[in-house]
Design a protein around this ligand. Structure first.
Ligand SMILES: [Zn+2]
Length: 198
């Protein structure tokens, strides 16, 4: 069983080394749509894969970090990176280029890390990320699966190398959220009083 949750944000980037001249030489933005697909082989006490309301917590805050931010590849020209950090309060530094393909890997990876660090309380089963689809435009999207996240040729992903600016962090509900994630401190979902015995 799959469920799908849609997130939206605006983000600016340059995609180095791509074929399109406009994309690789000019800062430009997209209105992104991200579809997070979760799967499980059993349902929770609410007979759901995973309550959509639970996706409004840490995962939403992490995905929202990319909104009205500029994303750059950590290997880009140091002068460009310095300018991004100087002139944009909201920025995200990535170990990979901010293409739609890599965004789909990064969001898959981040959501997967959050789910692994979450203690569920309502009888959820083996909930995991099945896929992430990132729509960069109305007509073009990239979709990643588990094997793409582990594919080293596509670039290694790690929490330490995904860095959020101070301004981004200050806007999180829990400003320690990312440090907790990096340090393996668990997030606890709310307890649920059952209204109908099962
Ligand atoms: Zn672009």
């Amino acid at each position: 069983m799959l469920i799908r949750k849609l997130f939206k944000f605006e983000n600016a980037h340059i995609v180095r080394n791509c074929t399109s001249d406009r994309c690789k030489r000019s800062i430009h933005g997209h209105s992104y749509k991200v579809e997070l697909l979760l799967k499980a082989s059993k349902l929770d006490h609410g007979q759901m894969v995973y309550d959509f309301g639970l996706l409004k917590g840490v995962i939403k805050d992490i995905f929202d970090s990319f909104d009205h931010a500029i994303c750059f590849w950590q290997n880009d020209d140091p002068e460009y990176i310095k300018a991004c950090k100087t002139f944009s309060a909201r920025w995200v530094s990535l170990p990979v280029s901010p293409s739609a393909e890599q965004f789909s890997r990064v969001f898959f990876f981040l959501a997967q890390q959050v789910l692994k660090s979450t203690v569920t309380q309502n009888g959820e089963g083996d909930v995991e990320v099945y896929s992430v689809i990132v729509h960069e435009t109305d007509t073009g999207y990239a979709q990643s699966f588990m094997e793409d996240i582990e594919n080293q040729q596509m670039g290694k992903l790690s929490l330490d190398q995904i860095v959020f600016s101070d301004q981004v962090q200050q806007e999180w509900a829990d400003q320690e959220m990312y440090e907790k994630l990096k340090n393996g401190i668990k997030f606890q979902n709310p307890e649920v009083d059952l209204q109908v015995q099962i």
